[in-house]
Design a protein. Structure first.
Ligand code: AMP
Length: 424
């Protein structure tokens, strides 16, 4: 085959059937579970004012290195960016529309990050997720985490691990400040052992150092003070209630005191789902947490929030690794073969489709033999054959593609006959 003139941009892929059918089925399953938990779908813009995403934290990789940002053609031009995640956009929507809290929403769609592409890491990837805005009840945290865990179970995934942490609260009486002080002191003492990148990060945002995946930083991170030892009474009680809720419904988790997640907005509960069947650096299949200051940061009223985003592309890789969630059968029930010019096929297809059947045909006036071959390949259980004899007699030949038997049916009886046969 000749080299194509254009290819999909680096880090993006065309997802063709049956993979696309499987992706759709996964999103549908998520929609079903989220709907059953009282979440409504929100469809948000794929691009937003760059300022919305800057709230994710200027020192995070997502904002400082991975943003697809651009100027529009306005006068003056507006700085926009393709969304790298959806939480910030949803908080912007909350501040704009002020829905009645608690606002429970779910979403699905593409996100964009300028990352180094590799298996399970793309520049355009799909996420599904939920957010609950307007309550700081720890049972909302539990409900959200349980929804994620039950979703993985419903796909048939048996080996998903849940890591849980609390980052405390950053307010005046907050536990975060005392912790950050202890962390800065510790990192200053061990500065020379850190990678050059992390030495810069210490200055800008010490908590981010804990997020470094660089080998050189691993030993320093392993010895760093942990947030859970610094929680104030309120945050500690909140964390205990989240754990108790998860225990009550029997969702297993590990406390992971160094889990800080990649974005700056998190407060209190943070969590991550990992699929150990996937390669180390790409084994996170989703994560989330509480972001009690984000709506206010975006100009809205003080509003607590909790949510998660799951990486659909990686979840499907995890399903492959565990041999679960096969692509649903795709294709048609009936294939119409017409050697009389095609108009009869047009009419039969339309009738059968309006009766709710999945029907296909071929084009280009090909021979009976060629059309029967396509019918075979289509996987259809029945073929409807229209030749000159059939047309003249006002009948159609109905062929069972499994056992090869066939007989003639009067044209007006075709729909009823197919319904009767498909029931058997
Ligand atoms: P994050 O909020 O960055 O933790 O993203 C949530 C989930 O989205 C991750 O756990 C991954 O499963 C998925 N994800 C994030 N970035 C990418 C990417 N570049 N390619 C594919 N999936 C991704």
């Amino acid at each position: 085959m000749a080299e194509p003139t254009f290819r999909a941009p680096k880090g993006t892929r065309d997802i063709l059937a049956p993979d696309s059918t499987r992706l759709r089925a996964l999103v549908d399953e998520f929609a079903r579970l989220a709907g059953h938990s009282g979440f409504g779908e929100v469809v948000s813009p794929i691009f937003e004012d760059l300022g919305v995403f800057k709230r994710l934290g200027e020192s995070t990789d997502v904002v400082s290195k991975e943003m697809f940002d651009f100027c529009d053609k306005g006068d003056p031009p507006q700085r926009l960016a393709l969304r790298p995640e959806l939480t910030a956009g949803i908080c912007r929507a909350y501040a704009e529309h002020r829905p009645v809290p608690p606002w429970k929403v779910w979403y699905e769609g593409p996100q964009f990050r300028y990352e180094q592409p590799q298996a399970g890491r793309y520049r355009q990837f799909t996420q599904v997720g939920v957010e609950v805005l307007g309550t700081d009840d720890p049972q909302a945290d539990v409900d959200v985490i349980v929804l994620g865990a039950r979703f993985f179970e419903s796909l048939g995934l048996g080996r998903i691990e849940l890591a849980l942490n609390s980052l405390g609260s950053p307010g005046d009486s907050g536990s975060r400040r005392a912790y950050e002080q202890a962390l800065v002191e510790y990192l200053a003492q061990n500065r020379s052992l850190l990678s050059t990148q992390s030495q810069v990060t210490v200055e800008r945002n010490p908590l981010r150092v804990l997020d470094s995946k660089r080998e050189q930083d691993a030993a320093v991170i392993a010895g760093a003070p942990v947030m859970v030892d610094f929680l104030d009474d309120e945050s500690a009680a909140h964390f205990a209630a989240v754990r108790a809720g998860l225990d009550a419904v029997g969702v297993a988790y590990e406390i992971s005191p160094r889990l800080v997640r990649g974005l700056d907005y998190y407060t209190r509960t943070t969590f991550e789902f990992a699929a150990p069947a996937l390669a180390g650096a790409q084994n996170a299949v989703g994560g989330g947490g509480r972001y009690d200051g984000l709506v206010e940061d975006l100009g809205g009223p003080p509003t607590p929030g909790i949510g998660f985003a799951l990486g659909v592309d990686r979840i499907l890789l995890a399903c492959d690794a565990e041999g679960v969630f096969a692509a649903p059968a795709d294709g048609v029930d009936v294939f119409v073969v017409d050697v009389t010019g095609g108009t009869a096929a047009l009419m039969v297809c339309d009738r059968l489709r309006r009766a709710g059947m999945a029907v296909d045909r071929s084009y280009g006036g090909r021979s009976m033999k060629a059309q029967m071959k396509v019918a075979d390949r289509s996987g259809a259980s029945f073929a409807v054959i229209i030749g000159d004899d059939e047309l003249a007699a006002g009948v159609l030949t109905l062929r069972d593609m499994v056992d090869g038997s066939q007989y003639r049916v009067e044209a007006p009886r075709l729909v009823g006959e197919l319904i009767r046969k498909r029931r058997r």
